[in-house]
Design a protein around this ligand. Structure first.
Ligand code: SF4
Length: 334
């Protein structure tokens, strides 16, 4: 807002482009002026943004295509990385403002953030997540009586695991639908309370069973440990945990509140140490190579995997040298 306000250019579109050229990082913007609707996506395309149209002829911008379905709009196209669109009485005008940067779509959108009924850059989130479950089953080869998910974000991958392995998928954990995402809670105390309020095991389903449990990720490990204990308390004979992402060993500098590095369990523990920490009988994380197979509609090299491999796509000398992802904010406060 500050950059747009301070630009010396005349037209609003020029002021915005002026500003966007000064910004590095992940963003999608939607802006309304008195007579224009404006959308812009960052040059690397970290986050999704798409354009739709209603039957009445109104244009809609949405961060996910499922948002278009909700208002009865038809999907028209994705906004391209480094593109700004201006919608006015005459229709949609496209203004590419950065074309050369290497693309780096966030792979975590497909693992966890986006809704499965969305399609981003031509890749169905559901299909990617289902495939993660299938590849996970091929990699882990765990034998069990039932496959369950940590609802809801682990469910699509769990159905993929069941499909590939032939082991039935059942609902072993029930989610309280009025609780938000636990790892986004700001403090550990709030996250602990949220897990208890959020999930409960169904004893009649898991008792005496060897349970394969699929979840999308392990961030700090505390939630996973609680769920494993919950299943054992409900009588599960063994708990084999399958994670439809590689271990998160590095923080995200592109807008996702995953944690600072020292809080990420995979930053300091091996897979075996994590297994021990959460108390599971076995543990397998999807490999990065396996993950790449699951987003087959996209060019795997045009994606960001930095929270798994530390290959941060924006290398401009301003990336923090230490582990503290809040270093930018701290600098700013000074
Ligand atoms: S670091 Fe991870 S969460 Fe952040 S943009 Fe890259 S893939 Fe997405």
């Amino acid at each position: 807002m500050n950059l747009i306000a301070r630009s010396r250019r005349e037209r609003v579109e020029d002021r915005i482009i002026d500003s966007l050229k000064q910004i590095k990082g992940a963003y999608c913007l939607t802006i309304m002026t008195e007579d224009k609707l404006i959308g812009a996506r960052d040059p690397q395309g970290f986050r999704p943004l798409c354009l739709g149209k209603t039957e009445e002829g109104s244009w809609v911008l949405s961060s996910e295509s499922c948002g278009l379905d909700v208002v009865g709009a038809e999907f028209i196209r994705d906004i391209l990385p480094g593109e700004m669109v201006i919608i006015d009485d005459e229709g949609v005008h496209s203004y590419p403002f950065a074309t050369e940067e290497k693309k780096a779509a966030c792979v975590f959108e497909y693992i966890y953030f986006a809704r499965p009924d969305s399609v981003i850059d031509g890749q169905s989130v559901h299909d990617a997540r289902f495939m993660m479950g299938r590849v996970l089953a091929r990699e882990a080869q765990f034998k069990g009586d039932i496959v369950i998910s940590v609802p809801d974000s682990g469910t699509t991958a769990a159905t993929g695991y069941a499909y590939e392995s032939g082991i039935p998928f059942v609902e072993g954990l029930i989610k309280n639908r009025y609780i938000g995402r636990t790892f986004i809670q700001p403090t550990q105390k709030k996250r602990d309370t949220a897990v208890k309020l959020k999930l409960n095991a169904i004893r009649s389903v898991v008792e005496g069973k060897s349970v394969i449990m699929v979840d999308d990720s392990i961030v700090r490990g505390t939630t996973s440990g609680k769920i494993v204990r919950m299943l054992r308390n409900a009588g599960a004979k063994s708990v084999h945990m399958c994670i439809s992402s590689p271990p998160i060993g590095y923080p995200c500098f592109y807008g996702i509140d995953t944690s600072v590095r020292k809080e990420l369990i995979a930053a300091t523990k091996s897979v075996e140490e994590i297994r021990e920490f959460i108390g599971a009988d076995s543990l397998h994380f999807l490999s990065i190579e396996g993950l790449k197979q699951c987003v087959s509609k996209l060019n795997a090299d045009d994606m960001c995997y930095a929270c798994f491999n530390s290959a941060y796509p924006i290398e401009d000398g301003t990336k923090p040298a230490g582990d503290d992802k809040y270093v930018f904010e701290q600098r700013k406060k000074c």
